[in-house]
Design a binder for this molecule. Structure first.
Ligand SMILES: *[C@@H]1O[C@H](CO)[C@@H](O)[C@H](O)[C@H]1NC(C)=O
Ligand SMILES: [Cu+2]
Length: 236
């Protein structure tokens, strides 16, 4: 009995460790900005599970940020940005995340004084993209089918300047809280052009609660609808 359950938990551990994911590459209008470039990368691809943790902003804590790029990438407002999630810092597009890790994909922006050196702010975040579940496919299913890449548009009307772009992928074993696994990395970008609109912002941590229907959600129970956590995305 004991022996069996020890083997079972070892297998579970191995499965979940092999299943994690991390953002490894940023693209602007389809052009790679270079592997790991302009990214604040943790040493480990593990999740954050406490929605009130400061590590929810741009990772860190149990996953020390030890591969922080010295560069910010320039992005014209209104252009298309993509990121590539991969299982490890060096995985290719055939190894994105274990298919069991279903859930939504979201992107947020926050203005900072210096994209490379500023501490990730806990306030000032606005969502610019979200994809959840359409009744048959999760955002993560589409991500895997697309080699880990997801694309979205930087709003054309927000002020130029330095920003942190926060990519987030979530959920998996979220039937009770804590349980949902949040995977997030921040990219260092300088937005050019733009306008003068001021999006409504939220705090991260702060925007999610353990009791949110999109945070505590058994995605293996056959539900046909899902409420993505956080605010709805800003549009110009
Ligand atoms: C859900 O999205 C997938 C992939 O884009 C698509 O093939 C499928 O038809 C969609 N299903 C519904 C119910 O909209
Ligand atoms: Cu995992």
């Amino acid at each position: 009995m004991k022996f069996t359950s020890a083997i079972a938990s070892a297998i579970l551990l191995a499965t979940s460790a092999s299943a994690h994911t991390i953002i490894t590459e940023l693209y602007v209008n389809g052009a790679s900005q270079g592997l790991h470039n302009c990214l604040r990368l943790p040493s480990y691809d593990g999740p954050i599970t406490d929605v009130n943790s400061g590590d929810l902003t741009c990772n860190g804590g149990p996953n020390p940020l030890n591969t922080v790029s010295k560069n910010a990438c320039t992005v014209a407002a209104g252009s298309q940005v993509s990121v590539r999630w991969a299982h490890t810092l060096t995985s290719g597009s055939n190894d994105v995340i274990d298919a069991s890790h279903k859930g939504p994909v979201m992107f947020y922006l926050a203005k900072v004084s210096n994209a490379v050196t500023s501490t990730p702010p806990t306030s000032g975040w606005f969502k610019i993209y979200e994809d959840g579940f359409n009744g048959s496919q999760w955002a993560v299913d589409k991500l895997i089918a697309n080699g880990g890449k997801v694309s979205f548009t930087i709003p054309s009307c927000i002020p130029a300047g330095d920003y942190l772009l926060r990519g987030e992928l979530a959920l998996h074993s979220a039937g009770s809280y804590p349980g949902a696994q949040f995977y997030m990395e921040c990219a260092q970008i300088k937005i050019t052009g733009g306008g003068s609109k001021s999006p409504t912002t939220v705090n991260i941590p702060g925007a999610y609660k353990g009791s949110d229907p999109g945070v505590t959600f058994n995605l293996y129970a056959g539900a046909k609808t899902y409420t993505i956590p956080g605010p709805r995305p800003f549009t110009c």
